[in-house]
Write a protein that binds this ligand. Structure first.
Ligand code: UDP
Length: 380
């Protein structure tokens, strides 16, 4: 009998992570594993959702929950009940959730209430910043999960500090706890698509930019975009950098909304007049990956993009005061700059003058999906 897995996704980074697992199931495990995908409807606009399913060949979700305007709480009862209803119908052997969004926690709560073994991919990450909604979602999900796939050694130490260890003295999986370092599942994607990237997109040509001669930027975290000061301060820095080199910025819907709300007309004018500041709609994964791979440097507050910068061996400036991926900073390939204009510019000049060269392998070997699936198949 095939093992049944329910994968719960809802936000852009989860579609991308889940793509690696779905692809590996389709290619190597289809005789042994049947995957059912639940889309929670958290991200729903075509460029934040459909494009990834199409481009990354993710099976169409078997179950689609309705989008709700307020996605402020992973403990939203209505959503958890909707997921539970599906779990009762499918009766999976495992529920898999990714990362740290409200969809992650809603899925974790549903699986936990139904006593279905919960698998958390990207477990153990901590920012130690409780202002981030993501931190709450991670901590809770790790408490509920039976099988925790961590991407780094630091994540194992974080879990141990919270008293979470591998514990397999029960014969019943639901009473066990497994911590397994499988490396970063996003690295699976980077290695896989690296081979075919250039043949699939000509985004550099479309934008009129040249390899190594532009800076790629993303900004969408609540603490950078939900108030005028940080957002304006970041844009002040980007405008200055754009005097030297093109700056390419695919905008998250939340950032677009808040720019419209916070920036006055003279500032919007200044941005619009700056030809070297190239503002874009959210990009598809392959366009984004091509831009990352060919950039000179990346400036970001995204978890995924800071890792991809590392995978492509690009220096990065993190628009944050701390990161869950401490290794990137320890290796001095990234600098934490927060949102302060001067700090961002200082980091920019520093990384331009002493370009980091060493990117030790800290995120595994790009075979996370195989490790995850082999492990799940080994459990009765
Ligand atoms: N990404 C994308 N298009 C974009 C911006 C980002 O495909 O316009 C990808 C990026 O390459 C990475 C993922 O989205 O794989 C990161 O997601 P996001 O920054 O939304 O969330 P986070 O990783 O911070 O949770």
């Amino acid at each position: 009998m095939k093992k049944k897995i329910v994968t719960i996704v809802g936000a852009r980074p989860q579609f991308i992570k889940a793509a690696a697992l779905s692809r590996t199931i389709a290619a190597y495990y289809s005789d042994d594993i049947q995957e059912y995908i639940i889309h929670t409807g958290q991200h729903y606009d075509p460029e934040m959702s459909d494009v990834f399913f199409e481009e990354l060949n993710i099976p169409k979700p078997h179950f689609q929950l309705e989008h709700q305007e307020s996605w402020t709480d992973g403990e939203n009862e209505e959503r958890i009940l909707a997921i539970i209803k599906i779990l009762r119908e499918v009766k999976p052997d495992f529920v898999i959730v990714y990362g740290d969004t409200h969809s992650t926690l809603a899925g974790a709560m549903a699986a936990s209430r139904e006593k279905i073994p919960l698998v958390h991919v990207e477990a153990g990450l901590r920012s130690f910043n409780n202002n981030m909604p993501e931190e709450y979602n991670r901590v809770k999900t790790d408490q509920l999960a039976q099988i925790l796939f961590v991407p780094t050694e630091t994540a194992i130490h974080n879990l141990e500090k919270e008293g979470i260890f591998t514990k397999n003295d029960s014969t019943d999986l639901i009473n066990q706890k497994w911590i397994i370092n499988c490396g970063d599942i996003m690295y699976d994607n980077t290695l896989y698509y690296n081979e075919i990237l250039e043949s699939q997109t000509d985004i550099l040509q479309e934008l009129g930019i040249k390899k190594d001669h532009y800076i790629l930027v993303t900004v969408h975290r609540n603490f950078n975009t939900d108030q005028p000061e940080p957002l304006q301060s970041i844009f002040e820095a980007l405008l200055k950098i754009a005097q030297e080199i093109p700056v390419v910025l695919p905008l998250h819907p939340r950032t677009i909304k808040n720019m419209d709300q916070f920036f006055d007309d003279p500032f919007i004018n200044k941005i619009e007049k700056c030809k070297n500041l190239i503002l874009l709609e959210p990009l598809s994964f392959l366009d984004m990956a091509a831009l990352e791979k060919n950039s000179r440097m990346i400036i970001t507050d995204s978890g995924g993009v800071q890792k991809e910068a590392y995978f492509y061996q690009k220096p990065s400036i993190l628009l944050r005061d701390e990161t869950e991926w401490t290794e990137i900073v320890t290796t001095k390939t990234a600098i934490l700059a927060g949102y302060n204009t001067e700090k961002i510019l200082k980091a920019y000049h520093q990384l331009n003058q002493a370009v980091p060269k060493q990117y030790p392998p800290i995120f595994g070997d790009g075979t996370a999906a195989f490790m995850i699936l082999d492990f799940l198949l080994s459990k009765d």
